[in-house]
Design a protein around this ligand. Structure first.
Ligand SMILES: [Zn+2]
Length: 185
């Protein structure tokens, strides 16, 4: 989550430079909100199943984790509110999806509704970290991998222990705060 906040901050910084607009609280706030928005389905999942995390938390990505849908909405935002907000919405959302495709979890359905296959980078077909690997699972294959290899305590093990992914995400978040401080001073 903090990595998505960092990505939202970076998108706001890029948008301000690209469109020559003020780095306002509105721009930063909305960009961070857009970078977090897809994980609303994590909340829905947590309420429905009365559980936060767990080895089948990938199911939470079945409501709002569809990048092509966000590109279509971005077109509507461009028509209604202009290219700045379309850029912020689409770029912050896609940054979230890229993050979800290479960090924690089992990837996402990049081509939905045309394909239900799930793509993940930096992973082998068993879900192990692989610096040169990428994988595509169908839903049944992913269910099997999650059953076999899923970690019931991934939140604790990644974010409250010294885990490489947790460290990279923490560094990304701190770097975004540093860049924001540098831009605002
Ligand atoms: Zn997500």
């Amino acid at each position: 989550m903090h990595a998505d906040i960092g990505l939202g901050i970076f998108v706001a910084l890029i948008a301000a430079k690209l469109f020559g607009v003020e780095l306002s609280g509105q721009l930063i706030g909305l960009s961070v909100l857009f970078a977090l928005l897809p994980d609303v389905d994590f909340l829905v999942h947590a309420i429905m199943y009365r559980k936060i995390g767990g080895k089948h938390a990938h199911i939470h990505r079945d409501l709002f984790h569809y990048p092509l849908l966000y590109c279509a909405i971005g077109g509507a935002i461009a028509a209604l509110f202009g290219w700045l907000w379309s850029f912020v919405f689409v770029t912050a959302s896609l940054a979230h999806f890229v993050h979800d495709s290479m960090g924690v979890g089992w990837g996402i359905k990049w081509l939905y509704p045309f394909s239900k296959n799930i793509f993940k980078a930096l992973s082998d077909d068993k879900g192990n970290l692989s610096m040169c690997g990428s994988v595509m699972w169908n839903e049944a294959e992913l269910q099997k991998v999650a059953d076999e290899k899923g970690n019931e305590h991934w939140i604790r093990d990644i974010y409250f222990r010294w885990h490489p992914i947790g460290i990279v995400e923490g560094v990304l978040f701190l770097a975004s705060l540093g860049a924001l401080w540098f831009a605002l001073r």
